[in-house]
Design a protein around this ligand. Structure first.
Ligand code: RUB
Length: 306
């Protein structure tokens, strides 16, 4: 049976109370450990079936998140490596693997912050879109190293995650300015570089990220402003190598406009868009700065398809 705690985490992910690919993946791993702790299964088979139900619910809470799916897959692969004796032992394995994965997430975020900070020139103005914990980590690291960055945040309609970025960076002491999304073409000339996060990285090096990222990338390209993406390699979607087409999540139109006020208007709310590799100068990963054309090879070396 699904634990109440896991049900709540799924609801919070769907409602964007937990947002950003990394936070979603971290919460899902914590949810799996919670499911194991709270399960009253009496046999290993029962516990495994509880865990599969939880993993399925979590994976479906945000379908466009390879980091979530890869992390859940990793958990089951690791669990399969142990010779299980009883329910108690399996629960301990889950608790141990939760720690391993969470530590890996934070170590990788820290490495990307280091590589990202290296890429940020002194006194740079960085334009960013939405809220990526990986991007804010890199900008804060650059600031802590005395590079004096300033930041242009786009608000990111309809849920305004850009405001979360602006507030977080402002609190850190970084000079931050908030703009509406449609100011991107006007304000790009003030930017030294663009830094965005990733939800999914595809086999040809294309990027899936918050809706509006493609427009930012095209404007950056036309303005000769480098467009870099901070992405842990677990954002890579291995199934795109075999031709899987990434489906873009369409969220409730109510997030955009109240349907009662727009009775004869169809409102749509795609959550993400795809930025082709040709607009992307480089990916900043935990292994270093990588060209979009090399990212699939490097990512595939990092994790298996089991
Ligand atoms: C968030 C978003 C972020 C990526 C990367 O969208 O597009 O850029 O998820 O974030 P939403 P991170 O708010 O819909 O989840 O670097 O924290 O993984």
């Amino acid at each position: 049976m699904l634990s109440k705690g896991v049900e709540k985490i799924c609801r919070d992910i769907k409602a964007l109370r937990i947002q950003g690919a990394r936070n979603v993946a971290q919460s899902a791993i914590k949810a799996m450990a919670l499911q194991a702790r709270e399960s009253d299964a009496e046999s290993v088979e029962e516990l495994k079936s509880d865990l599969l139900v939880a993993a399925d619910e979590l994976a479906r809470a945000r379908p466009t998140e390879p980091m979530l799916q890869n992390s859940l897959r990793f958990l089951f692969v690791e669990m399969g490596k142990y010779k299980r004796k009883d329910v108690h032992e399996l629960k301990e394995i889950l608790a141990h693997e939760e720690k391993v994965l969470l530590n890996r997430f934070s170590a990788n975020a820290s490495k990307i912050a280091d590589f990202g900070a290296q890429e940020i020139p002194k006194n740079a103005t960085i334009l960013t879109h939405c809220h990526s914990s990986t991007v804010t980590g890199a900008i804060k690291r650059a600031y802590d190293l005395g590079k004096n960055p300033s930041v242009i945040c786009l608000e990111t309609r309809p849920r305004f995650q850009g405001r979360i970025t602006a507030e977080e960076l402002g609190r850190h002491g970084i000079e931050t300015t908030l703009f509406v999304d449609s100011a991107v073409a006007s304000v790009m000339r003030e930017a030294t570089m663009v830094l965005v996060g990733a939800d999914s990285v595809l086999s040809r090096g294309d990027l899936i990220n918050k809706i509006g990222t493609l427009a930012v990338a095209q404007v950056a390209y036309d303005s000769d402003v480098p467009f870099l993406c901070c992405a842990e390699l677990s954002k890579f979607d291995p199934l795109t190598i075999f031709g899987r087409v990434t489906e873009i999540e369409e969220r409730d139109p109510k997030e955009v406009a109240d349907p009662k006020k727009f009775k004869r208007v169809k409102v749509r709310n795609p959550a993400f868009d795809r930025t082709p590799a040709k607009y992307i100068s480089a990916y900043i990963t935990e292994k270093g700065v990588v060209s979009p054309h090399a990212i699939a090879t490097i990512a595939m070396g990092e994790f298996s398809l089991e």
